[in-house]
Design a binder for this molecule. Structure first.
Ligand code: VGL
Ligand code: ZN
Length: 199
């Protein structure tokens, strides 16, 4: 029998309007996600959780501005405004998100020298977060993704879920994107090709 989990990606203050890396209408998805949380037996949250001075912050690289790209040992990395710093209000979940039912919170991006978009791997695509093993041990086979941002953390997580052999759905009504240089359309195409079910 298939076992399902809802994975709520990075619904944090810094990704909502007025946040440090605000996603347009990011807060609109909160009531939609709250309804889904009630319906799913298993709920997992992710939380972007960077130390101050993280290597994905433009402010860490003299002369660089947010949204520029740099070359890291693991490949290209977009630089972001400082966001989701450990222990700050910006890193907290949106105050209206009804998260108490969540069985697991996966924190990511806490290693100073590597960013992590995916809930499964750091951006080097090798260092695991432990989520795949957790899901397997819990015998969860189907994962449904919602949250922020569609074209970064949601998309990378869904692609890695499929790569790990899980059935993956993305509920687009419960996601919002950053859309940097056409990234939203590009990642939607990539997810569809990989076998992610877009709802
Ligand atoms: C995210 C950029 C940087 C996300 C996190 O949650 O999509 N995007 N850190
Ligand atoms: Zn981040």
């Amino acid at each position: 029998m298939a076992k399902d989990a809802l994975i709520v990606i990075d619904v944090q203050n810094d990704f909502c309007p007025a946040g440090a890396l605000a996603v347009d209408s990011g807060d609109e998805i909160v009531p939609v996600i709250n309804k889904l949380i009630v319906r799913f037996d298993h709920v997992i949250l992710t939380q972007d959780w960077h130390p101050a001075g993280h290597s994905s912050f433009a402010s860490t690289h003299p002369g660089k501005a947010p949204f520029e790209t740099i070359e890291m040992p693991y490949g290209k990395q977009t630089l972001w405004p400082d966001h989701c710093i450990q222990g700050t209000g910006g890193a907290d979940f949106h105050p209206d998100l009804q998260w108490t039912k969540a069985e697991l919170v996966i924190r990511k991006g806490f290693r100073p020298h590597v960013d992590s978009y995916s809930a499964f791997f750091e951006n080097d695509h090798r260092t695991p977060t432990g989520l795949a093993g957790y899901l397997r041990e819990r015998e969860i086979t189907n994962v449904t993704f919602v949250g922020l941002a569609t074209d970064y953390c949601v998309a990378y997580s869904a692609l890695d879920a499929v790569e790990h052999g899980f059935a993956a759905d993305v509920l687009l009504d419960a996601c919002r994107g950053i859309n940097l240089g056409g990234s939203l359309a590009a990642m939607i195409t990539k997810m569809r090709k990989a076998g992610v079910t877009l709802v």
